[in-house]
Design a protein around this ligand. Structure first.
Ligand code: SF4
Ligand code: SF4
Ligand code: SF4
Ligand code: FES
Length: 959
């Protein structure tokens, strides 16, 4: 059973070494010091009426419903704000208390619409419950007096409504926005009778600072803040715990359903990655799962210029298999390969790589981590010995100094950002290393102590300069280094970073960061207490991405900031299961568990289990597959849940390569950009339609649970199984749990993982095995590094080949925005478009002025690879010389202009540095107009065929 706890204890749990024992309604109760009387009572099974208190928020003490009597004390203190003390004797029930509570409720109800039976919150309203609890049957005060019953509704937010007539001004929403989310969008405006919740003076929610995280909706005890989906569909009847399918935070959710219809996604209170919080994507943007664009019938075509032909699953699978076999017979075993998906489950990624290795007989398998965090795998593997973050998200609550490098968590990892901001509000120091002034640099009640606003592409020079200060100013943790790290590599590194040419003063001209700032940040990181580094794609997506990851690891080892709570090196991974897809052996050189294909002992284990001989030769990486396709040796590709045309750099290169393939099989929920070059389309399934697991950025393995049947009839794992069978390699699994059992048998770090354990514990962090970590491993490298001794690596800065010139004088860098997700396939099909409906080019006003650009102008962006057109946004967040865009909309063609430049070790593309020129143009580019026309034509054709098929079916029915 899941550790599912729906009890609301009224106030947060307190941790203390000291325990206090008191008496509540005659019952002895022992709780940690600092625990409220309310929580002590509820933990002991004594219920206390409450309205303004909830256990996710600090107590506020406004509703006066939770009053108690304490022996020897006068009055009736609020149990939510009164801490338990040793020896107290507390009464929660008496005639006097009953009368007081009754009177309080009577006042609330006298100014509340009496429409419970038709209210969307009926059955899920604490006000309704409390009226029952205090036995309120009638109200003595009439509704004809002054009241709020006619107060206007705010329907501006696409996902929730604010009905002011129902508000009891309990302040829970305001506190949720401050304490949980950290946005401070809400206030209580007015006084006394006039007080009401407000998202700003005369502002609607949509025009305010609100980021639609849903925390206020979650906290509201009445129907005032209510999900529109609940208003439309009614209260759910059942809930299933699952994991968000968007970002690498991996929030736990309760999918609340009526039959197979999703009504609401509620953040799961016991979700260990999110502790009951959410962001606008996971909480509200799930409508894509049943969007009309979903393709639910398999399709084939001979040539990519032919129209699609809908066929049965059997025909589509048989066609794909025979094509792959034909290609291998004609062009050799290595002429085919596959790409696993970081959007799919661990079990599905495992099956795809197994199919490639066992059924295709080669190692031509890769994954989208190639274009995001492959340098993390390499860099942390080289230094620490394992390719993953070192901490839990919760660990940040113990950090004194937080360094965020090349990451924008408020947009890309919002729930973690809220946790981090809470710690910053408590006093932790913040260093931000980023070319842009991101929200984290200055947001309500948070300000970076240092913002090292470096030039894109100079990360390595900066990290080495930080190390220079630590070494030359005697800030090393000598004891940690002596005990935990290699002596030889440390000495070499120390000698290297101490060189004068690595000093902040010497590198200032390269990085653009004033030397005194670098020195200040280095001192703070090294001496400020527990120091943690969080980094993102602004570190990895560079020509020296792997070098930078190793530079970060060097810093952490040099200062002893590894192996305990509050410290560590933490990649903020992008996609929900990018960690998992890497763990599952999606790289061409590694079997599951990061074991090299050339290791004959490991290979023998898999050969025995899979019953085939495996190749010892690493296969092709994604960019090598494209090159091989262009040169004619690679002819067939199976792509599961990945839109390589939109997500990979240099689109022209990618599309040219794909159009040379003889068989491209795309498995996806939508007809994505890559499908335009496909010969077989296999309908994919959303996370709501299957069972499995995702592994988040903390190495946390969490269950994904099915709530509806796959719209196309088969879950993704079943499609891979069928394809393998058609290729002559049976994969007899009846359920994804059996796949996990096989993964556990063959992968040491997963040895102790099973669905039964996940159901019992909620989630576990790998390594999880019977030897050392039966319940998983929250913190890595506690007693020693996975590789034994930590290894320092020399980080020589090498300027990228992607240079600015007179022709291309600006640097384009890319990133994400909160409301959209990655290539936008899901979020673009939701109301999240209301926040961001096109990618735009952010440009510093100075650069704009030089080019005669004004806000909203169309601007042409030209790089060495291509050109596109976006609308301009003038922004002081940019530094002069640097422009920025997101890449969520295919028509914006952000990757039409990114180049082939990539990380030296892993081929991760250098998305963060593209030399460009920007100039005013009259309209979107020819490419974009062509794109729109092509898309319209494809969708129209499908729609026409759908209509024809429906008419035909109707005719058959009539007959
Ligand atoms: S909107 Fe809801 S949570 Fe906010 S004050 Fe009103 S009743 Fe309380
Ligand atoms: S949805 Fe989130 S950001 Fe918006 S007001 Fe509510 S708590 Fe604040
Ligand atoms: S933070 Fe990430 S995992 Fe959590 S709800 Fe948002 S998108 Fe989903
Ligand atoms: S619940 Fe304690 S005062 Fe409202």
């Amino acid at each position: 059973m899941l550790p599912h706890d729906d009890v609301d204890y009224g106030t947060p749990k307190r941790a203390s070494d000291q325990q206090v024992t008191l008496e509540i309604d005659g019952q002895a109760v022992t709780v940690p010091a600092g625990t409220s009387l309310m929580r002590a009572a509820i933990e002991a099974g004594v219920s206390v009426p409450k309205l303004c208190a909830t256990d996710s928020l600090e107590p506020f003490g406004s509703c006066r419903l939770c009053l108690v009597e304490i022996e020897g004390r006068r009055g009736f203190p609020a149990s939510c704000t009164t801490p338990a003390e040793a020896g107290m004797k507390v009464r929660t029930q008496s005639d006097k208390l009953q009368k007081l509570r009754h009177d309080v409720m009577e006042l609330y109800i006298s100014d509340h619409p009496l429409d419970c039976l038709t209210c969307a919150a009926n059955g899920d309203c604490e006000l309704q419950d409390m009226a029952g609890t205090v036995g309120l049957r009638n109200v003595r005060y009439g509704m004809e007096g002054k009241n709020h019953l006619g107060a206007a509704k705010d329907e501006s937010n696409p996902y929730f409504t604010y009905d002011a007539s129902k508000c009891i001004v309990c302040n829970r929403c305001v506190r949720a926005c401050e304490e949980t989310q950290g946005t401070f969008a809400l206030t209580i405006s007015g006084r006394g009778f006039d007080s009401r919740v407000s998202p700003g003076q005369d502002q609607a929610f949509m025009d305010s600072e609100c980021v639609s995280c849903g925390a206020c909706v979650q906290a509201c005890p009445t129907g005032t803040l209510q999900d529109k989906s609940v208003v439309a569909l009614g209260m759910p009847t059942k809930s299933v715990v699952t994991t968000c399918a968007y970002c690498g935070v991996g929030c736990g959710f309760k999918t609340e359903v009526k039959g197979e219809q999703v009504v609401r996604m509620t953040p799961w209170k016991d979700g260990q990655a999110n502790d009951g919080h959410s962001c606008v994507k996971g909480r509200f943007a799930w409508g894509y799962a049943t969007h009309k664009d979903r393709i639910t019938k398999p399709m084939v075509r001979e040539r990519i210029t032919d129209p699609w032909r809908e066929v049965s699953w059997d025909e589509a699978i048989a066609h794909a298999a025979s094509e792959f076999k034909r290609i291998q017979a004609r062009h050799g075993h290595d002429a085919v390969g596959g790409i696993t998906s970081s959007r799919c489950t661990n079990e599905e990624a495992y099956l795809v790589q197994k199919l490639i290795r066992a059924a295709f007989g080669n190692n031509n398998v890769d994954t989208c981590a190639r274009v995001c965090h492959s340098p993390t795998g390499y860099g942390l593997g080289q230094t620490f010995g394992t390719s993953a973050g070192t901490q839990t998200f919760k660990s940040v609550e113990q950090s004194d100094v937080i360094m965020v490098i090349g990451a924008n968590p408020t947009d890309a990892h919002p729930v973690f950002a809220s946790r981090m901001k809470k710690r910053l509000r408590e006093g932790a120091k913040l260093i931000v290393v980023d070319p842009r002034r991101t929200d984290l640099v200055a947001s309500p009640h948070v300000a970076a102590d240092f913002h090292l606003q470096l030039r894109p592409g100079t990360n390595v020079a900066l990290v080495t300069a930080l190390a220079h200060v630590i070494v030359t100013e005697g800030l090393l943790d000598e004891l940690f280094i002596a005990e935990r790290c290699e002596d030889r590599s440390f000495r070499q590194w120390r000698e290297f970073v101490a060189r004068a040419d690595n000093s902040p003063e010497a590198t200032e001209a390269v990085t653009g960061v004033p030397a005194r700032e670098v020195r200040g940040a280095a001192r703070l990181y090294a001496t400020g207490g527990n120091a943690a580094i969080y980094y993102g794609l602004g570190v990895t997506e560079h020509a020296q991405g792997s070098t930078m990851v190793m530079g970060i690891a060097n810093l952490a080892m040099a200062t002893g900031n590894v192996g305990r709570e509050g410290v560590g090196v933490n990649p903020l991974r992008g996609q929900n299961n990018v960690q998992g897809s890497c763990d599952m052996g999606s790289f061409p050189h590694e079997l599951p568990g990061y074991r090299h294909v050339s290791d004959s002992t490991v290979r023998a284990e898999f050969e025995a289990a899979w019953g085939v001989a495996l190749s010892a030769e690493p296969g092709l990486r994604i960019p090598n597959m494209f090159d091989a396709a262009l040169e004619g040796s690679f002819k067939g590709l199976y792509v599961q849940g990945e839109d390589i045309v939109q997500s990979d750099p240099n689109t022209q290169h990618v599309t040219e390569a794909l159009s040379r393939l003889e068989c491209l099989v795309v498995q996806d929920i939508f007809l994505n950009e890559t499908a335009k070059y496909a010969h077989v389309f296999l309908p994919g399934s959303s996370f709501l339609e299957k069972d499995g697991t995702f592994t988040n950025a903390e190495r946390r393995i969490s269950r994904v649970r099915k709530v509806m049947k796959p719209l196309g009839g088969l879950a993704d794992w079943e499609v891979t199984v069928k394809l393998a069978e058609a290729l002559g390699y049976p994969m007899p699994y009846a359920h994804p749990s059996q796949v996990m059992d096989e993964i556990a048998r063959l992968t040491p770090s997963f040895r102790g993982v099973s669905y039964a354990k996940l159901d019992k514990l909620g989630s576990v962090q790998w390594p999880c095995n019977e030897d050392t970590a039966e319940a998983g491993t929250p913190t890595m490298h506690v007693d020693g590094f996975v590789r034994g001794k930590g290894r320092f690596v020399i980080t020589q800065y090498v300027a990228t080949a992607e240079k600015v010139t007179r022709r291309f004088p600006l640097v384009l860098t890319t990133g994400r925005i909160l409301s959209q997700y990655n290539v936008g396939a899901q979020t673009r099909r939701t109301d999240n478009n209301r926040w961001h409906d096109e990618d735009r080019l952010e440009i510093h006003p100075h650069d704009a002025e030089e080019r005669g650009l004004r806000e909203g102008d169309w601007v042409g962006i030209t790089s060495r690879a291509g050109e596109t057109v976006l609308r301009a946004v003038l922004s002081e967040r940019m530094q002069p010389g640097v422009v920025y865009t997101t890449f969520h909309f295919p028509e914006s063609g952000a990757n039409v202009i990114t180049t082939d430049s990539s990380d030296w070790a892993t081929n991760c593309p250098e998305y963060k540095v593209t030399a460009v020129q920007v100039s005013k143009v009259a309209q979107p580019s020819e490419w974009q107009r062509g794109y729109e026309a092509f898309n319209r034509q494809q969708l129209d054709a499908l729609e026409r065929r759908g209509e024809a098929a429906a008419a035909e079916a109707a005719l058959v029915m009539e007959k």
